[in-house]
Design a binder for this molecule. Structure first.
Ligand SMILES: [Zn+2]
Length: 112
């Protein structure tokens, strides 16, 4: 989940000399090299994209389940008898969950 090396308030290693420096510093106090601030941008950028991708996957999965369970693929029938509960509640719930996750990912991307 989270990057284990870059906890907030933690120390990270300088790319040039390898000494432990505070995370918020942009210049290494030991070798005076400019250290790229990579923590904030990388975390928020990849996070939002990951949420959007997962949300879209859930929505697609819900659509496929609903399509087969509700009998729209008429000659093709699911190998097992699907309980109507799945069609009426579970797949819309999965779809809404995916939609929410996608919107949350978009919200994260807009904020960053
Ligand atoms: Zn250094």
């Amino acid at each position: 989940m989270a990057a284990t090396a870059n906890q907030p308030g933690d120390k990270r290693r300088c790319v040039y000399c390898g000494k432990a420096i505070a995370v918020h510093l942009t210049q290494c106090p030991y070798c005076r090299e400019m250290v790229p601030e990579r923590r904030a941008s990388r975390r928020s950028g990849s996070n939002g994209r990951q949420q959007i991708r997962r949300g879209l996957l859930y929505m697609l999965l819900a659509a496929v389940i609903y399509y087969f369970a509700a009998g729209y693929a008429a000659p093709l029938k699911p190998p097992v008898q699907v309980v109507p509960f799945v069609t009426s509640y579970l797949s819309p719930l999965l779809f809404l969950g995916g939609l929410g996750l996608t919107l949350y990912g978009l919200f994260l991307r807009v904020r960053s």
